[in-house]
Design a protein around this ligand. Structure first.
Ligand code: PBG
Length: 312
């Protein structure tokens, strides 16, 4: 194991905030860290993510890690492709932020207060299809860019509202711009939204154990494992409109004793774009099976097998 942990990060405000949080946590546990900026093609391109592919933000960071240029990589978990990289280990899933999507609308409006015909910006097919399914007569328009660029379109009057991940706003200290945190019953977040994935090289077991003991949160890890297993089973990549949210709940076993279980809901679109919903509760020790069960229900109900690159 190296003396100083070199943490690879993208240069965006969000990425820097995420990796700084991880660095601070490690420093507080007595380790020395250094942030190393890795530029990715996704940071330079303004093309829609549904065209350039979801791995665009994470692959350069993974290459730098595999090549030994850095020792740790911090990713927004939802941006990672579902296929694992055999060179790397998922060492930790830190405590997850609030996973909900958030509305940032003009004049402090909530979703229900936006008049029909209001223009809502999002580059995410998942958000677009769930917004349309609400039947509020909203016009959804594709957008890209960082948080500030997106919010400026609302301030400038080009859009009435945008939908963003609450966690991204929280990490850059902008929770104040949110006019409504969307109920997951109306808008299921992307699988793993609000969670970070902390990776190291697979042979670097000392670093893996260190990262796990300092950073990992069991409840976040199992919830995200179920959501990602659902996504993988749908073979959706993230361009398909797929939403999922799992969480540990307190339940009673057959003898009336308190036990923790994992509860999850999923949403996917059918061929005709109608939204299909499914849910299940299972053991926290079988998170991935739970995710696959919900995926199987969605497929049974006619979920369209959309594959291809994209964004949540
Ligand atoms: N798709 C881009 C992306 N990747 C991670 C976040 C921040 C939230 C998170 O970590 O889930 C965002 C912004 C957004 O979706 O609004």
């Amino acid at each position: 194991m190296t003396e100083t942990l070199r943490i690879g990060t993208r240069g965006s405000a969000l990425a820097m905030a995420q990796s700084s949080t991880v660095a601070e946590r490690l420093e507080r546990a007595g380790h020395t860290t250094e942030l190393v900026r890795v530029s990715t093609p996704g940071d330079q391109s303004q093309a829609p993510i549904s065209e350039i592919g979801v791995g665009v933000f994470t692959s350069a960071l993974r290459e730098a890690l595999a090549a030994g240029e850095v020792d740790v990589a911090v990713h927004s978990y939802k941006d990672l492709p579902t296929a694992s990289d055999p060179r790397l280990a998922l060492a930790a899933v830190p405590p997850r932020e609030d996973p909900r999507d958030a509305l940032v609308a003009r004049d402090g409006l909530t979703l229900g207060e936006l008049p029909p015909g209001s223009v809502v910006g999002t580059g995410s097919p998942r958000r677009a299809s769930q917004l349309e399914a609400l039947g509020l007569g909203l016009e959804v328009r594709g957008i890209r860019g960082n948080v500030d660029t997106r919010m400026r379109k609302v301030t400038d009057g080009e859009l009435d509202a945008v939908v963003l991940a609450r966690a991204g706003l929280a990490r850059v200290g902008r929770l104040g711009v949110i006019t409504e945190s969307l109920d997951p019953l109306q808008m299921l977040p992307a699988p793993a939204q609000g969670a970070l994935a902390v990776e190291c090289r697979v042979e670097d077991v000392d670093t893996e154990h260190l990262l796990q003991s300092v950073l990992d949160d069991e409840a976040s890890r199992v919830a995200v494992a179920a959501e990602r297993a659902m996504l993988a089973a749908l073979e959706a990549g993230c361009s398909a409109p797929v939403g999922a949210l799992a969480g540990v709940v307190e339940d009673l076993d057959e003898d009336g004793r308190a036990v923790s279980r994992l509860s999850m809901r999923g949403v996917a679109a059918a061929e005709d774009n109608a939204l299909l919903r499914a849910s299940a509760t299972g053991e926290t020790t079988a998170a991935e099976q739970l995710g696959r069960d919900v995926a199987a229900q969605l497929l049974e109900a006619g979920a369209a097998m959309l594959s291809g690159p994209g964004s949540s």
